[in-house]
Design a protein around this ligand. Structure first.
Ligand code: DC
Length: 213
C-alpha cells in the first residue's frame, strides 16, 4: 500500500477543499470517498430503486474509476456521473444508501484498490476508522453546526447538512467517528489556508515515507 492521508469529518467541515490543497502540495491523488456514495445514490435515483432491492442491485453495478491528470472520473455503468454528484435528490438519498453494508463493502473495495497504485489524500466519514485504519496519517476536521450550515448555504447548495449528520453519525455500520489516533482540528474560526498549513506542518514533523507515485 502507498501512503494514505485520511481526512474525515462531518458535512461542510472543509474536508474537500483542504484535502485537495494537501494533495496538490504533496503531489498525491485527491479522492472524495463521498463521490463514490453519491455516484451510487444517483444510480438508485436513475433506476427508481427502493431501499429493499439495494443489495441485489449493487451486485449488478459497475462503478469504474479512471485516474486522469485532472483527478478521478467515476463511471457508473459506463456513464460519467460528474454532472449528477451535487444534485439535490442525490444529496437527499446519499446518507440513506450509505448506511447499507453491501454498499459500503462495494465502495471500500474500490477505495482500497486505489492505494495499491497511488499515494492518496482521501476524505470522507470512515477513511481513518474503517477504510485505512492502518495509516498513521489521520485527521478529523470539525466546525460548529451553525458554521457548517452557513458554508453550505454560501455555496448555494440545497443540502440538509443536519439531517445527513444525524444519519451518518447514527448508522450501525461505519458511523462518522473520530478515528483512533486522529489529529482533530476545529475549523470554525479558521480559513482554508490555515487548516492546510496546520496539516502540512504536522506532516512535516511526522513525514510519510517517500513512495513512488
Ligand atoms: O462528503 P460528501 O458530502 O460528498 O458525502 C456524501 C455522503 O456520503 C455523506 O453524507 C455520507 C456518505 N459517506 C459515507 O458514508 N462515508 C464516507 N467515507 C464518505 C461519504
Amino acid at each position: 500500500m502507498k501512503n494514505v492521508i485520511a481526512i474525515d469529518g462531518p458535512a461542510a467541515s472543509g474536508k474537500s477543499t483542504v484535502s485537495r490543497g494537501i494533495a496538490s502540495a504533496l503531489g498525491y491523488l485527491f479522492v472524495s470517498s463521498g463521490h463514490f456514495y453519491r455516484a451510487l445514490a444517483w444510480g438508485t435515483v436513475r433506476d427508481h430503486l427502493s431501499n429493499e432491492g439495494i443489495a441485489e442491485w449493487i451486485g449488478k453495478r459497475s462503478l469504474d474509476v479512471n485516474v486522469s491528470t485532472g483527478g478521478l472520473l467515476l463511471l457508473l455503468d459506463g456513464e460519467d456521473v460528474t454532472p449528477h454528484l451535487s444534485e439535490p435528490d442525490v444529496a437527499a438519498k446519499v446518507s440513506v444508501i450509505a448506511a447499507f453494508p453491501a454498499v459500503r463493502d462495494y465502495v471500500n473495495s474500490r477505495l482500497r484498490s486505489l492505494a495499491e497504485s497511488h499515494s492518496l489524500v482521501m476524505e470522507g466519514r470512515d477513511v481513518g476508522s474503517v477504510v485505512f485504519p492502518e495509516t498513521p496519517f489521520k485527521f478529523y476536521l470539525d466546525a460548529s453546526p451553525e458554521e457548517r450550515a452557513r458554508r453550505r448555504a454560501g455555496e448555494g447548495k440545497i443540502d440538509s447538512v443536519a439531517e445527513r449528520d444525524r444519519l451518518d453519525s447514527t448508522r450501525a455500520t461505519a458511523p462518522l467517528t473520530i478515528p483512533r489516533g486522529a489529529i482533530v482540528i476545529d475549523t470554525t474560526h479558521l480559513d482554508i489556508p490555515q487548516v492546510i498549513t496546520a496539516i502540512l506542518d504536522h506532516l512535516a514533523k511526522n513525514p510519510p515515507a517517500a513512495s513512488p507515485q
